[in-house]
Design a protein around this ligand. Structure first.
Ligand SMILES: [Zn+2]
Length: 127
């Protein structure tokens, strides 16, 4: 597949440098198998802005999934206080980056991030 001939899988930008997203570890340091042969049936290509946001989205989803487990009383990476704080900081960072982006992200919605930050704050107050 020729990266230069396609368009971004997220925003549709064409005629710009595209990169196949290569993700090694997720936010919690677990192996991320997106690029393993069995799970990578349809490689995706993203322009620079979208590949950056794709990384934010990946962290956001990981953190949200672990947070859902935590609030459901299940074993969660966020049971660790340090990890919880680190995730809370990362969410703020993601929100700040989204805020600094001029156009609406086709990948990650800022209100979703803001909502999760709010849930984090509520949980911190209960602890
Ligand atoms: Zn794009």
């Amino acid at each position: 597949m020729d990266a230069g001939a396609g368009s971004c899988n997220a925003c549709g930008a064409a005629g710009t440098a595209l990169m196949k997203l290569s993700l090694g570890k997720d936010f919690f340091g677990r192996a991320y198998d997106r690029l393993s042969p069995s799970s990578d049936q349809s490689p995706k290509w993203y322009c620079e802005a979208c590949s950056m946001q794709k990384n934010l989205q990946r962290d956001f989803r990981d953190i949200r999934a672990e947070f859902d487990k935590l609030t459901a009383g299940q074993t969660s990476e966020l049971s660790n206080t340090d990890t919880f704080q680190r995730a809370a900081l990362r969410l703020r960072e993601i929100a700040a980056i989204l805020e600094a982006t001029s156009s609406q992200s086709p990948i990650l919605a800022a209100p979703d991030v803001a909502q999760l930050i709010g849930r984090f704050q509520t949980t911190t107050m209960q602890a």
